[in-house]
Design a protein around this ligand. Structure first.
Ligand code: FAD
Length: 278
């Protein structure tokens, strides 16, 4: 039996959402452990699960496999990420056709990052995520999300162009999900900027429960997010105790999430390293 799935835009219109993000595992052991994590999290009744996509199409079939698995094996609504990088229009139409046939209702339309040097560069018919949002909209019948960067996208030359492009894509989409951040002021300033530009669609804050300071600092560097000194100091108190580090990381994310909900955030999106502790 297939469970009913929802459009995330409809869920957000009727209340707050609570969601998790996963990436497609690389091997059999990874699939087993992800299956366990999802079955441990399913009783929490998340509103949706989103599945990342390797820019350039590296995980194309794996993303589709995981989205279909969630659709067929759980009662949770899935969302597939899709990137501009490395895709022709024909590729995108073929993926959207497959997703539609599979009963998938939600797409996160992203720019994606250029492939690392030496990995080749497949041609793209899309440059910016707005091009992809427009394609998915024209195809029809999907709720569409986009990425937001509270601390600005690392390739943005300045704040005003970053916010103007964000406002334009969000106006064409249904909702946004943010890159992770630790300071609530970054989120509030972004919402304020968007309102001044006349866009008030829901922006879900992305929370990253830290388990390993080194890994998060590397990811923060790549995404343009700051890891504040107070976060580093709290994490350092765990020393070499990995369980304690995860506990502190969850506390930091929980405090941030509670504050964001108090301030009126439309929900919370939690980045998991494919593990249920997060
Ligand atoms: P865009 O919206 O295209 O923006 C990229 C840059 O171009 C920005 O600086 C923007 O200001 C600028 N820009 C936009 N439009 C114009 C224009 N018309 N003219 C000039 N400049 C413009 N990456 C993956 O590869 N796979 C994933 O699954 C994935 N999931 C993600 C999920 C979330 C919630 C987030 C926040 C990010 C995710 N990313 C993922 C990372 C994302 O792909 C990268 O941050 C990427 O570099 C930019 O994506 P974007 O959608 O913000 O791009």
């Amino acid at each position: 039996m297939l469970y009913a799935v929802a459009r995330i835009s409809d869920l957000l219109a009727s209340g707050r959402t609570f969601s998790f993000e996963f990436f497609p595992p690389k091997n059999e052991a990874g699939w087993l452990s992800l299956g366990r994590a999802i079955s441990e999290l399913e009783p929490l009744a998340p509103d949706f699960i989103s599945v990342t996509y390797g820019a350039g199409g590296g995980t194309r079939t794996k993303t589709a496999d995981l989205v279909s698995w969630v659709r067929r094996q759980t009662a949770i609504t899935p969302m597939a990420h899709l990137t501009c990088q490395g895709h022709t229009r024909a590729d995108v139409i073929s993926m959207l056709t497959d997703y539609k046939a599979e009963g998938i209702e939600n797409i996160l339309a992203l720019g994606g990052d250029p492939p690392k040097e030496g990995y080749g560069h497949a041609p793209s018919d899309y440059v910016y995520s707005l091009d992809l949002v427009e394609e998915v909209r024209e195809f029809g019948d999907f709720a569409i999300g986009v990425a937001a960067h509270p601390e600005l996208h690392p390739r943005s030359p300045d704040r005003s162009s970053d916010r103007a492009h964000l406002a334009a894509k969000l106006a064409a989409a249904d909702f946004a999900i943010t890159q992770f951040f630790f300071d609530v002021e970054h989120y509030l300033a972004m919402i304020d900027d968007l309102e001044k530009l006349g866009v008030s669609k829901p922006v879900l804050p992305g929370l990253m429960p830290i388990g390993n300071l080194g890994q998060v600092s590397r990811m923060a560097h790549m995404s343009g997010a700051e890891v504040p000194r107070w976060v580093v100091e709290r994490m350092e108190r765990a020393g070499d105790d990995l369980d304690e580090a995860q506990r502190i990381g969850v506390d930091i994310a929980s405090e941030l999430g509670a504050r964001l909900l108090e301030l009126g955030a439309p929900g919370l999106h939690i980045y998991t390293p494919n593990r249920s502790w997060a």
